[in-house]
Design a protein around this ligand. Structure first.
Ligand code: DGI
Ligand code: FE
Ligand code: FE
Length: 214
């Protein structure tokens, strides 16, 4: 395993040197989540892993990447919301004014940033999948779609359309992800919650791209 030395700013703005690694082993990722998540959140995470691995086999996505991204996607979910906001500001993660109003959408970007700058983990594909698992993003790749959708449809999720979404994802990952996004947007409208601008951008982009795909 190649070990790098990284220079990062810690939370107080003091420069420190941290040892980074350019690969993260599955066992280490399990240790991280076991030490960070409550039993319920851990169960959800393991269900995302199971479903993400099944979908990755079906759609030819690299299994180790799917395994790592699924394991780590909610790593920072249970950090105190005020702390999440504080770190997001310090790390330059806030991109929209809406981010400030919805701290519950920050945990993906925070986990990706922490893994990159504090653990030295460099796989951009896995980091993007973690960062974008809640809102999606324009230009989503196959691993991003897989984690976004597996999170929404893992076996413990239970809402009327979930089986249809699971089947759709199994049949066609792009179309299935589009259906997941449509479901999320409809659900937010129904519950009178604001649709985040990044969710809109992600949806419009995927809709446009899938029109041209065979
Ligand atoms: O972390 P999980 O609970 O497994 O799932 P998640 O990361 O997909 O969702 C976190 C929350 O974010 C969930 O309550 C739904 C919400 N959310 C997703 N997209 C949007 C959103 N909330 C708003 N206001 N707008 C969005 O576009
Ligand atoms: Fe999440
Ligand atoms: Fe999740």
């Amino acid at each position: 395993m190649k070990v790098d030395i990284l220079e990062v700013r810690d939370i107080l703005g003091i420069r420190k040197y941290w040892k980074g690694v350019d690969s993260l082993e599955i066992e280490e990722a399990y240790e991280l989540v076991e030490n960070s998540l409550s039993p319920n959140r851990l169960q959800h995470t393991l269900s995302v892993v199971k479903w993400a691995l099944e979908l990755s086999k079906k759609h030819g996505v690299e299994e180790k990447k799917a395994h790592l991204a699924a394991l780590l996607h909610d790593l920072k979910k249970e950090v105190d919301k005020n702390k999440q906001l504080e770190y997001a500001k310090k790390w330059g993660i806030i991109k929209f004014k809406e981010d400030l109003e919805n701290p519950h959408i920050l945990h993906g970007p925070l986990a990706a940033y922490w893994l990159e700058y504090y653990k030295g983990y460099k796989d951009k594909e896995v980091l993007r999948a973690i960062a974008h698992h809640t809102l999606g993003a324009p230009g989503m790749g196959i691993l991003e779609m897989l984690i976004y959708s597996a999170d929404l449809t893992e076996e413990t999720r239970n809402y009327p359309q979930v089986d249809k979404l699971r089947q759709s994802l199994y049949d066609n990952l792009e179309q299935g992800t589009l259906a997941c996004m449509e479901h999320t947007i409809a659900y937010l409208k129904k519950t009178k919650r604001p649709i985040h601008p990044q969710t809109r951008l992600a949806y419009e982009d995927l809709k446009r791209r899938t029109q041209f795909a065979k």
